[in-house]
Design a protein around this ligand. Structure first.
Ligand code: SF4
Length: 460
């Protein structure tokens, strides 16, 4: 399951959290963490807490609307996992919200994941042919049932090695992070390719894992560690054990975690997200023709902010917020209908007329996918009186889909597919467009352990 718009863009990954709270009540910590991971999924939220018996509460909506004080105080227990979700399909079935919980041999066990578990559909089909019934369309249920079927014993008796082997044997092609909650124990796994981030924190309040380290903000942190690809942790009241289950794969960190998905405050793959975006913006400014000149640099909030600051710093052009983002508008990717998405862009962005009126504007964003968001924003700026709008993307042209779980549309829907820059500008109503060349992006994402596949016309 994944996530983002076009009406804004591509879909990002869900957010996961899990751990053990020393005070015996983890639910408030999970809620706080999910709020900080809300940008990774806004369709639904779920928390499963307990010790021996697990209590699950989940619903559609934002974290704050799903979990009021009443729900949090009723979610008892020192151990727990949580999830915020965006799904790639229109989904109104509560059963599909994560975490998924089942009862097996008299014990509760629950699981949540993000990313793409590519073999799940095949395994589901195989199970159904032998009469297994699934209550949800979620891949979490497939993973959970695959483990149950392989181990055939009480979840409290599952050893770490058995669970790791089962996941790795059956889902070796996946790009996933998984948290599993069995009696008084949390296990967390990051896939051997390392497409998605997974972080561990040892704090004065407990031991926690999360999709991004921003989720630990506010805790008294003693140590934060990035769980490496093919590695995992097992958390009990006795402490944290860091383990390795597969180090044979070449790492493929998703650059969009840095460019777009993650919070600017997070440190993903050992790089601060905000600093990366500033750096990309600076490089983009260096690509401009020497005679290019504009009056103001305006970011597309939020992920374009750092990029625009970097661009303005390097180019010497003034930086201003020419657009305000309405934080209270729902993010448009959670509105699948085209008409709703358009309305959502209009609700979400408001121009500051005094900044853009009569000005030549450089509009800086993290990427262009279908171009629909950009085209609406350009229209908003021009309606507010902007004389020219020059669109700038700190990502190279997106030319391919993603087979690793990010919901990029088909090649034919991608604005950059098969047309020139001038045609792209014409389609989105810009006076010019420019993209950071892939070679320059590689100055920021050095080495060969980054995934850049969606920028390649052919994957090879
Ligand atoms: S293809 Fe693109 S979106 Fe997909 S994992 Fe690679 S970099 Fe990320």
């Amino acid at each position: 399951m994944c996530l983002k718009i076009e009406y804004k863009k591509i879909q990002e990954e869900c957010g996961i959290f899990g751990g053990y709270a020393f005070c015996g009540h983890i639910a408030p910590y999970i809620k706080c963490a999910l709020l900080k991971l809300q940008h990774r999924g806004q369709e639904s939220a779920g928390i499963c807490c307990g010790d021996e018996v697990q209590n699950l509460y989940k619903d559609f909506g934002l974290v704050n609307s799903v979990f009021k004080d009443y729900e949090i105080s009723n979610l008892k227990g020192a151990f727990g996992i949580g999830h915020v979700r965006y799904s790639t399909f229109r989904d109104d079935r509560k059963e599909n919200i994560q975490p998924l919980k089942i009862r097996y041999m008299g014990e509760d066990v629950s699981l949540a994941h993000n990313g793409n578990v590519s073999q799940a559909a095949h395994i589901r089909e195989k199970f159904e042919k032998i009469g297994e019934v699934f209550l949800s369309a979620s891949d979490s249920e497939v993973i959970l049932k695959r483990i149950v079927f392989s181990l055939k014993k009480k979840p409290s008796e599952w050893t770490y090695d058995e669970v790791a082997k089962c996941i790795n044997d059956n889902f070796s092609l996946g790009s996933y992070c998984i948290v599993i909650f069995t009696k008084n124990r949390i296990m967390a796994f990051r896939d051997p390719w390392g497409y998605r981030p997974l972080m561990l924190a040892k704090t004065a309040q407990g031991y926690f894992v999360a999709s991004e380290d921003v989720a630990f903000w506010g805790l008294d942190v003693e140590e934060i560690v990035e769980i490496q690809p093919g590695c995992s942790v097992e958390i009990t009241s006795g402490g944290v054990e860091y383990k390795t289950f597969d180090t044979t794969k070449k790492h493929k960190k998703c650059v969009f975690e840095q460019i777009y998905f993650a919070s600017a405050a997070s440190n993903i793959f050992s790089k601060n997200v905000y600093q990366t975006r500033v750096c990309l913006g600076e490089l983009l400014a260096q690509c401009e023709d020497s005679d290019f000149c504009a009056d103001v640099v305006v970011p597309v909030m939020d992920s374009g902010l750092g990029c625009a600051i970097g661009y303005a710093q390097k180019s010497g052009m003034p930086f201003h917020l020419g657009l305000v983002r309405n934080s209270w508008a729902e993010r448009s990717f959670i509105q699948p209908e085209q008409k709703n998405r358009k309305n959502n862009v209009l609700q979400k962005f408001m121009p500051i007329k005094s900044v853009v009126e009569g000005k030549r504007v450089v509009l800086v964003d993290d990427s262009l996918v279908r171009g629909t968001t950009s085209s609406h924003i350009i229209k908003i700026l021009k309606n507010a009186g902007a004389r020219e709008v020059h669109m700038r993307s700190v990502s190279p042209k997106i030319l391919n889909t993603c087979i690793w779980g990010v919901d990029i549309p088909t090649k034919e829907e991608l604005i950059c597919h098969g047309i020139s820059d001038s045609k792209i500008a014409e389609k989105i109503g810009a006076d010019s467009v420019k993209f950071l060349p892939l070679d320059m992006m590689k100055e920021v994402f050095e080495g060969d352990n980054w995934c850049l596949e969606c920028f390649l016309e052919d994957r090879g």
